[in-house]
Design a protein around this ligand. Structure first.
Ligand SMILES: Cc1cc2nc3c(=O)[nH]c(=O)nc-3n(C[C@H](O)[C@H](O)[C@H](O)COP(=O)(O)O)c2cc1C
Length: 177
């Protein structure tokens, strides 16, 4: 029977959710990495995606200043580092260095991305909107890369704020979901 629930609880019921890393250019030219599960495809023609980040995030500040972001779907072997990138701000920390994430270059792109990414979407910010305590970033996807041999990460416990029960790994969704 349907019961009244909260939106975070709904995000648990709709798990697993995709997990990505928003890669932006830090002020010093290095790459900042932030974990983002609130992202979606918007349009295939032209190719567009969107993601939401807390107003306070350093990544948001950087994409609003620079207009560029690469959204990657990390492979499961860097799951622990992806969790660390989701609980530390890059404002005064080089997360790639601190968490031992090897970065690699994409052709013609100043933002480096984690090696072992299953997908990388090179984006240009088109617009952003206030959405409660987040901003919604609308982006044009300029280039898209994929490696089907790597397993993607999923967030299994819904909303990322639920303490103690966060879990991300490469399990595939149950067929009955
Ligand atoms: C699995 C997971 C998913 C997350 N998804 C989001 C998200 O969609 N939007 C968001 O604003 N923060 C999300 N976070 C939290 C941010 O990654 C976190 O606030 C990070 O410290 C921001 O880094 P920054 O200040 O360098 O941008 C998530 C964290 C985890 C662990």
């Amino acid at each position: 029977m349907l019961q009244k629930i909260t939106l975070p609880k709904a995000s648990v019921l709709t798990s697993p959710n995709p997990v990505s890393l928003a890669c932006t250019l830090r002020g010093d030219g290095e790459t900042n990495l932030a974990t983002v599960s609130r992202w979606t495809y918007l349009s295939y023609n032209p190719p567009m995606i969107a993601y939401a980040m807390a107003k306070t995030s350093y990544s948001g500040e950087r994409v609003r200043a620079d207009g560029r972001v690469v959204l990657t779907v990390p492979g499961e072997e860097i799951a622990a580092a992806v969790m660390s990138c989701g609980s530390t701000t890059g404002r005064n920390t080089d997360k790639a260095k601190k968490f031992g994430i090897r970065l690699e270059e994409l052709p013609g792109c100043p933002i480096r991305i984690p090696a072992k990414s299953r997908v990388a979407i090179v984006c240009r910010l088109a617009d952003f909107y206030e959405a409660g305590d987040h901003y919604l970033y609308i982006c044009n996807a300029e280039e898209v890369y994929g490696d089907a041999d790597l397993r993607a990460l999923f967030a299994w416990d819904g909303d990322h704020r639920r303490n103690g029960k966060r879990q991300i790994d490469g399990r595939l969704p149950h067929p009955s979901l």
